[in-house]
Write a protein that binds this ligand. Structure first.
Ligand code: CA2
Length: 150
């Protein structure tokens, strides 16, 4: 059984505590449970992580590249949070790792402030999903399973 790695970036540990009009009322623990169900439905194991540190996210993407090359990983779903709009380093990490990665956003970033309209992740991602709320995580896992043929 292959694994889906779901990575969450800065401040996503605050989900469900503030800004419910934008991000909904569900916590990151709820999102993990939703991802567990989605992975189970698609015959995937789940590895679910969150970090507020750019370098840690980069290390995890490198690890994912090695795991995918070894045949144990289906790919990555990445909500890079605000690093989406700032991080050339994450862009380079995704390219360098050669990993199949789906960029995910809970909110429709294109309907928000102009500074959220540009993503450094998108050119390195296999697919992009935004605006489905936390349900987008399940949709992205289904998409990853389809790409991986599981
Ligand atoms: O819509 C998304 O998923 C975002 O990636 C979320 C990021 C934001 O910077 C991106 O532009 C879009 C923010 C994550 C922080 O989430 C919070 C949740 C509750 C309270 C405060 C922050």
């Amino acid at each position: 059984m292959k694994t889906a790695l779901v990575l969450n970036g800065p401040n996503l540990n605050l989900l469900g505590t503030r800004e419910p009009a934008i991000y909904g009322a569900q916590t990151l623990a709820d999102v993990r449970a939703l991802c567990e169900s989605a992975c189970a439905a698609h015959g995937l194991a789940l590895d679910f992580r969150q970090s507020n540190h750019e370098g840690e996210l980069i290390d995890w993407i490198h690890e994912a590249g090695r795991a995918q090359a070894a045949g144990t990983l289906a790919g990555v779903v990445l909500n890079a949070g605000a690093y989406t709009h700032t991080s050339v380093a994450l862009h380079d990490a995704i390219k360098g790792a050669g990993v199949t990665l789906i960029e995910l956003h809970i909110s429709n970033v294109h309907a928000r402030e102009a500074f959220r309209h540009h993503s450094y992740i998108s050119p390195a991602a296999r697919a992009v999903m935004a605006g489905f709320g936390v349900q987008g995580y399940a949709l992205a896992i289904a998409g990853l399973a389809g790409l991986a043929g599981s």
